[in-house]
Design a protein around this ligand. Structure first.
Ligand SMILES: [Zn+2]
Length: 370
């Protein structure tokens, strides 16, 4: 197969349209399964074995043999877009841009992967140990049901490739990601008449304000740690000292040490007014994907393949998490091997058809050579 005919642009386009026109928000299991059924059909055409896993994940194995380390590829079938989005944000092509919900994150990643697998099958160039593809239904909500399968699959892998998109509008792969967490503080004070007996009240809103300022101050830009109070709900009436308030915090950390520091500080925090009780729930849901030498070695391999294919590849650590956060502590992980484009989780979400084939060729060679 020559450089000029692989991958087939028409096939990329048609396959992507097929997946995008099946809407698949994380909250709608039946819809997500319909995408998985299509992908499973592609896997079977290539001689892959499909397995349904508890919680809705599926895996597809190609020439994987018991006890031999394989190459693991992480994919997800869900998107952030509710059913009905297509009506106002339909699939469309404008020049070299392919628009639609889930194009960039990450339906094009799945399509590119299967184009690469098809070429590998035609060439008979399966890597030693074979390839395992994990398709999860819940990545966009933190992978509660698929995490255990992702970690278990990583334990048998010699490398993990994640087909999330590259960094927006670049040829940059992702060699590190921050860990992400959400904490909820439920504050319970004492209600009282705001005018007659304010001294008898203990304000949960005052405590939430104190928590907002003190906990956000835990952020450390040098270490890459951010803490942001994103939601606050409290009080019952304007003339009542508020008994209840709930505060939700978004936390991002670049290292395990920072994750521990923040977790400890949030759980130890107490309101100045000792009559207000605090209950903390939540925590870190994805550990940091720290940039490690084994990931950089994988990246170097990718960079030299890209140079060979005629384009320049870069890499970055990014703030958003992915399922790669779960595998990076277990096996060498390289992320961002999906389709280039822009607008993840945004109305202008799209893939760049002109740059996409280069990344499919890169993925194919990595799968063969890693
Ligand atoms: Zn994604």
């Amino acid at each position: 197969m020559t450089h000029n005919t692989f991958p087939d642009r028409g096939l990329l386009l048609r396959s992507l349209r097929t997946l995008v026109e099946i809407e698949s928000p994380s909250s709608d299991r039946a819809a997500v399964s319909r995408v998985m059924d299509v992908v499973e059909g592609w896997a079977r055409e290539l001689g892959g074995e499909g397995h349904a896993l508890p919680g809705g994940s599926r895996d597809f194995t190609f020439r994987v043999r018991e006890g031999e380390p394989y190459v693991l590829v992480l994919t997800h079938a869900d998107t952030v877009w509710p059913v009905g989005t297509l009506a106002r944000m339909p699939w469309r092509q404008e020049g070299e841009r392919l628009y639609g919900p889930g194009t960039y994150d990450m339906k094009a990643g799945i399509v590119g992967l299967f184009c690469a697998l098809r070429a590998i099958r035609e060439a008979g160039s399966w890597p030693r140990g074979g390839i395992k593809v994990l398709l999860s239904p819940d990545e966009e909500i933190g992978s509660p049901a698929s995490r255990q399968h992702i970690e278990a699959a990583a334990r048998g892998a010699r490398a993990v490739l994640v087909v999330e998109p590259p960094v927006s509008d670049t040829h940059h792969l992702k060699t590190g990601r921050k860990g992400t967490g959400q904490f909820t503080l439920d504050l319970t004070g004492i209600s009282s008449h705001a005018g007659n007996r304010p001294e008898l009240g203990a304000s949960a809103i005052t405590a939430a304000a104190q928590a907002t300022l003190e906990l956000q101050a835990l952020a450390d830009p040098v270490q890459g740690t951010t803490v942001s109070a994103g939601l606050v709900r409290g009080g019952s009436a304007v003339n009542v000292i508020p008994e209840h308030c709930r505060l939700d915090l978004d936390v991002r950390v670049a290292s395990a040490a920072e994750a521990e520091r923040i977790d400890r500080a949030i759980r130890a925090w107490r309101p100045r007014d000792e009559r207000v009780r605090v209950q903390v729930s939540g925590g870190l849901n994805r550990p940091p994907f720290e940039q490690r030498p084994e990931t950089l070695a994988l990246f170097e391999q990718a960079r030299s393949i890209a140079a060979d294919l005629g384009f320049t590849l870069g890499h970055e650590t990014v703030g958003g998490g992915s399922d790669g956060n779960f595998t990076a502590p277990i096996a060498p992980t390289l992320d961002g091997l999906g389709a280039p484009g822009d607008g993840a989780h945004a109305a202008h979400e799209h893939v760049r058809l002109d740059h996409w084939p280069d990344h499919v060729r890169l993925l194919r060679r990595l799968l063969e050579e890693v």
